[in-house]
Design a protein around this ligand. Structure first.
Ligand SMILES: [Mn+2]
Length: 319
């Protein structure tokens, strides 16, 4: 056990009230690791509040405890705040950044870009998901995972590894998944919840998104786009676009996939995915964002044409 994990375990033992939070636009790892940690802390008798500034996506509403997530931080003291999977502290939102009544910040993250803002920082880019780090902390207690905690951590890992397909799907990820199955998780039930349970609107939105495919850089990069207009026509929203970037990436020869998602008249969220040869965190950083080697993002102002030419110029020059 590392000294950091020992220190975090001590902080848990010595304190009673815990705030658990993660990033804006929570994904499966954000929700799963936060609810998994909360579930563990409650089982060992702690007082826990989970705060996420954005709602839990419908896709993860089946996770135990998702109905207890608070949109605002309650006006009270917390001994310890766990900040999970954050990448950059500001992604936690203004409320947490300006919240005063917190004793000890603990930072659990696997993003390359994460700064050690906590009193305790367990940052390990080799961890497949932040759920893995929660597992390491709970295991330091010799915690026997119950079905609820196990389900949350399993979902954190399966979503951040793309169902164990990405290069981060290492031995530890598989080992924890196996352990979670031993603790009562049913792999098919989870797969059915996550992958066989799409709202029809998502496919209707995808049907509008796929014709926007553009292949650039002699076939080594490709993009798709979702505009506000498309939501209006399909009745969908941004939450449903999760995973769309995997379609351009799936093309033979493509190393980098780009997803342009309109936020405003003149503002786009740009997501990058790499197959491994290209570090897309560098692209995102060049445009004021951040992320991992294989998955990164940023926000760019301008019309779609302006945003595309900025991004494509970077992609053209960088590999
Ligand atoms: Mn993550």
């Amino acid at each position: 056990m590392t000294e950091t994990i020992q220190n975090i375990a001590d902080a848990i033992r010595r304190h009673e009230s815990f705030l658990v939070t993660s990033h804006e636009g929570p994904d499966g790892d954000a929700v799963g690791s936060a609810l998994g940690l909360a579930s563990f802390l409650r089982k060992i008798g702690k007082d826990v509040c989970v705060h996420l500034r954005d709602p839990v996506p419908e896709l993860y509403a089946f996770l135990p405890g998702s109905d207890t997530v608070q949109a605002h931080i309650p006006d009270r003291d917390f001994d310890v705040a766990f900040v999970l999977d954050i990448g950059e502290f500001r992604r936690a939102g203004e409320e947490l950044c300006s919240f005063k009544c917190i004793g000890t910040f603990v930072n659990l993250d696997h993003h390359l870009s994460c700064e050690p803002f906590g009193v305790h920082n367990l940052i390990d880019p080799a961890a497949a998901a932040t759920g893995v780090l929660v597992h390491r902390v709970a295991s330091a207690f010799g915690y026997r995972f119950d079905g609820e905690t196990a389900l949350c951590l399993y979902v954190a890992i399966i979503t951040d590894t793309g169902s164990f397909r990405y290069s981060n799907a290492n031995r530890e990820a598989f080992a924890i998944a196996g352990e979670m199955i031993e603790c009562g998780v049913n792999a098919w039930d989870v797969a059915e919840q996550l992958y066989e349970n799409q709202p029809r609107r998502r496919l209707e939105l995808l049907a509008r998104c796929l014709p926007t495919l553009e292949v650039i850089k002699e076939g080594q990069a490709a993009s798709v786009t979702v505009t506000l207009d498309m939501y209006a026509h399909s009745g969908g929203d941004a939450e449903l676009t999760d995973g769309f970037v995997n379609y351009p990436r799936s093309i033979r020869g493509v190393e980098v996939a780009i997803f342009f998602r309109q936020l405003d008249e003149r503002r786009y969220k740009v997501g990058f995915r790499s197959k491994g040869k290209v570090n897309v965190a560098a692209f995102a950083a060049g445009l004021g964002g951040g992320g991992h080697h294989n998955a990164a993002g940023c926000t760019v102002d301008g019309t779609l044409d302006e945003v595309k030419s900025k991004v494509y110029a970077l992609v053209e020059s960088a590999f």
